[in-house]
Design a protein around this ligand. Structure first.
Ligand code: SF4
Length: 76
């Protein structure tokens, strides 16, 4: 897991198919609302479950950015 001091997690609602995998892996950080994943809150400290959820999305609809620099940390 690549770490930054704080992460910003974004969901591409055009790509998300509402499978709920992310919410199943990290229910404290993702909710599926109207068939689309919503990261809540958008920013947080590094979190292994969030990393696993982003890596497990079959649509590659999620990504993690370093909140300070905007560098994409996952997927890579
Ligand atoms: S795992 Fe991916 S496709 Fe499934 S709800 Fe989460 S963001 Fe959407």
């Amino acid at each position: 897991m690549t770490t930054g001091s704080r992460w910003r997690v974004q969901a591409d609602h055009g790509a998300c198919m509402g499978t709920g995998i992310c919410a199943g892996i990290a229910p404290h950080r993702f909710r599926v609302i109207d068939g689309r994943s919503v990261p809540t809150p958008e920013e947080s400290p590094p979190d292994q479950e969030v990393w696993d959820a982003v890596e497990s999305c079959p649509m590659e609809a999620l990504r993690i950015l370093d909140a300070a620099s905007g560098e994409i940390l996952s997927p890579i």
